[in-house]
Design a protein around this ligand. Structure first.
Ligand code: SF4
Length: 682
């Protein structure tokens, strides 16, 4: 069987969801006008965000909107939970215009068609959630026949057409915005909690719009789970093409991403992965922070692509003479469902091992015990022992400057091959060998070798070397500015050649802010990990970093690597907070409460806690969480175990304690670090 036919056999028919997997090309989309603002592939990717203030607070909403516009928002969404708030959008809009601000406004609607119909007359765009526009959540599983399902669709049509007519009359745009957490009982009954269900949820409404000749539409497929979110957007593009529906602009977002570093990394894994393939016409980053902090993050994500098409044409990473892999769109993986690439188990890499984190100390070497604090390993002089926190790196690469003391048990050292061979090939060190230097008679380690492969310099003859290697982990890098697709292309080649060596992804960036580094590395690594590609990560501190700054950066780079693995759902090393960004419905101070819950629980590795501002959308939005803390009224909180409410109304003063009691009842709780010496260091 030729290589090409092997690939064709591997490709599920019709996996095309973007224009090219190798060159940066934006997906061609229709143009939509939102007031005077145009959106679609003919225009720059737009930045937007949502207010958090009560919509009835006109001046507060206006002032917050002005701050958001100042920070880079090109359109601003405001919640309209009922007709009263929808009506007040008029006052907010008038006041904004009076102050010289023409930003288009978007009314955010859940459950209330009457509020939508009013808002569509007053503002430039309405967002509806197809999961709750015409349906109330009853958590029922319903057995539909074809005709009873059709009857449901007719019921939706009757409720939805009046809004379409108003939008057409007033020139109002609409977003049909699916959320993974708030799919209707009808969709869940027929399609389950799946990307396909999310897509179908939007298409039910979209088909009605097209029947009514209404096309001023934007679509979104948000989820808190980045794998689900990426798969749903891709599937949406494929389904639009298949059904001959128009290629509407996409609004990208990860819901309930959280705050700070975690929120930025999670947003970038989801949004960045799609942007790399040219998907996305507007971006909203949802952080549990003041909304004016969201636009700069969206801007950093988007700006990377402004000149991407001009600066890169992807040269196939590796093209043996007998491979006919098309450069535009051949994929041996299923982009609509996460599968990890099948690899051999090599020491602690590949197979069923979690992806590993390797810290790069080759610039400065490992000179003192305390050098390892930045990567989660702590020497305790009083007991002459080592301790490790949840972000303890698995390996450290010291290049030509090996450690002068014995490393802790949980940390293994990688050195350059030259050093390894000069030291007589010790068992407790592992060599990094450039693929160009591998020959038949080279002596390698018995159990674990790292093979450095810069994919930009690959030659076809390396295929036989890679095929013959055993006890080896590839460490791949590229200088290509379209880096994620370049590396992905190399993975495709490995799959097509049935080479099952584990692969560590090695990325290095120039000097930049910590936030940009988190966003860019999360995009580049996350884009591979969500597709099951990659068995480890090295994020190197920029070359020529002053020694005095190295440890500070090493700490950020190490925690970012763990954060990316967690955000791509490939290795859970910390508590995950699925906290909503808050909006006009929020019933408590989300930032303060999230900080309080984090302080008490952030040692609970792998536990997912949802923190939601309201009962209307909260329980649905935290579909993925193990425990939930949801506002139900003034100072009243409901606590959830999974999707089940277990404490219906707890006073806010006691709610965090009761949440911890609940975790304890389940035997999931353990006390934070007991060792006082270690606690001091952490
Ligand atoms: S869950 Fe949070 S962001 Fe969503 S509607 Fe409720 S308060 Fe607003």
């Amino acid at each position: 069987m030729s290589n090409n036919s092997q690939i064709v056999n591997l490709i599920e028919k019709g996996t095309k969801y973007c224009t090219s997997l190798t060159e940066y090309k934006r997906r061609e989309t229709t143009s939509v006008n939102i007031g005077d603002l145009w959106m679609g592939s003919q225009y720059p990717i737009r930045i937007q965000s949502m207010t958090t203030i009560d919509t009835m607070d006109t001046i507060g909403s206006v002032e917050q909107t002005l701050r958001m516009v100042e920070s880079g928002c090109e359109l601003v969404r405001i919640t309209a939970p009922s007709v009263k708030e929808a009506q007040n959008l008029e006052n907010i809009r008038k006041e904004l215009r009076k102050r010289g601000c023409n930003v288009p406004l978007v009314a955010d609607i859940h459950f209330t068609p009457n509020a939508a119909e009013l808002a569509a007359r007053l503002v430039e765009k309405v967002r509806i959630n197809p999961g709750n526009y015409a349906d109330k959540k009853r958590f029922e599983t319903i057995d539909y026949t074809e005709s009873s399902y059709q009857a449901e669709l007719e019921r939706i049509r009757d409720k939805f057409v009046p809004l379409i007519k108003i939008c057409k009359e007033y020139g109002t745009a609409m977003r049909i915005g699916t959320n993974h957490g708030s799919l209707s009982d009808r969709i869940l009954s027929r399609y389950g909690d799946t990307p396909l269900g999310m897509v179908e949820s939007a298409l039910e409404f979209l088909r009605i719009c097209e029947d009514e000749n209404y096309f001023n539409i934007v679509l979104s497929m948000k989820a808190s789970n980045t794998q689900v979110m990426v798969e749903a957007y891709r599937l949406l593009c494929k389904k639009l093409d298949e059904e001959g529906l128009k290629p509407y602009p996409l609004h990208l977002g990860v819901t309930e991403a959280g705050e700070g570093e975690d929120g930025r990394i999670k947003s970038a894994v989801g949004i960045g992965t799609l942007l790399e393939d040219g998907l996305g016409d507007t971006v909203r980053v949802s952080l549990t922070e003041d909304p004016e902090f969201e636009a700069p993050v969206a801007k950093s994500l988007i700006d990377r692509y402004t000149h991407r098409a001009e600066t890169t044409t992807l040269i196939p990473a590796w093209k043996p003479a007998n491979t006919e892999l098309s450069e535009a769109f051949d994929s041996p993986i299923n982009p609509f469902q996460h599968f990890r690439r099948a690899t051999e188990d090599v020491a602690v890499f590949g197979g069923h091992n979690v992806p590993r984190v390797i810290a790069d100390y080759s610039q400065v070497g490992i000179n003192e015990h305390d050098d390892l604090k930045s990567i989660g390993h702590f020497y305790l002089p009083a007991t002459d022992k080592w301790a490790m926190n949840d972000l303890g790196a698995d390996f450290v690469y010291s290049g030509q400057k090996p450690a002068s003391f014995m490393l802790p048990m949980g940390l293994k050292e990688i050195v350059d091959y030259k050093i390894w061979s000069e030291k007589n090939c010790p068992e407790n060190l592992f060599p990094l060998v450039a693929i160009e230097t591998i020959s038949k008679d080279i002596k390698l380690h018995n159990s674990l070798n790292f093979i450095a492969v810069n994919i930009d310099n690959l030659k076809p003859e390396f295929i036989s070397i890679l095929s013959s290697l055993r006890k080896a982990v590839l460490v791949i890098s590229t200088n290509n500015t379209h880096g994620m697709p370049a590396l992905r292309r190399f993975f495709f080649e490995l799959i097509s050649q049935a080479i099952k060596l584990p692969v560590v992804i090695w990325r290095q960036y120039g000097a930049m802010s910590a936030s940009d580094f988190q966003l860019f590395s999360a995009t580049d690594l996350g884009g591979l990990l969500v597709d099951g590609l990659g068995d480890g990560a090295i994020l190197s501190v920029p070359q020529n970093t002053p020694e005095s700054e190295f440890q500070g950066l090493a700490k950020i780079y190490n925690s970012t690597a763990f954060g990316i693995l967690q955000a791509a759902r490939t290795r859970m090393s910390k508590t995950e907070y699925i906290s909503c960004p808050s909006c006009g419905r929020t019933l408590f101070d989300l930032q303060e409460t999230t900080a309080m819950i984090r302080k008490r629980t952030d040692h609970l590795k792998g536990v997912k806690i949802g923190i939601m501002g309201c009962i209307v959308n909260g329980p649905g939005e935290m579909a993925d969480a193990d425990y939930g803390y949801v506002g139900i009224g003034k100072d009243k909180i409901a606590l959830y175990r999974g999707q089940q409410v277990v404490k219906k109304s707890v006073h806010a003063d006691r709610a965090v304690d009761e949440l911890i009691e609940l975790i304890k009842e389940d035997g999931v709780w353990f006390e934070p670090a007991q060792n006082a010496e270690l606690a001091d260091m952490l």
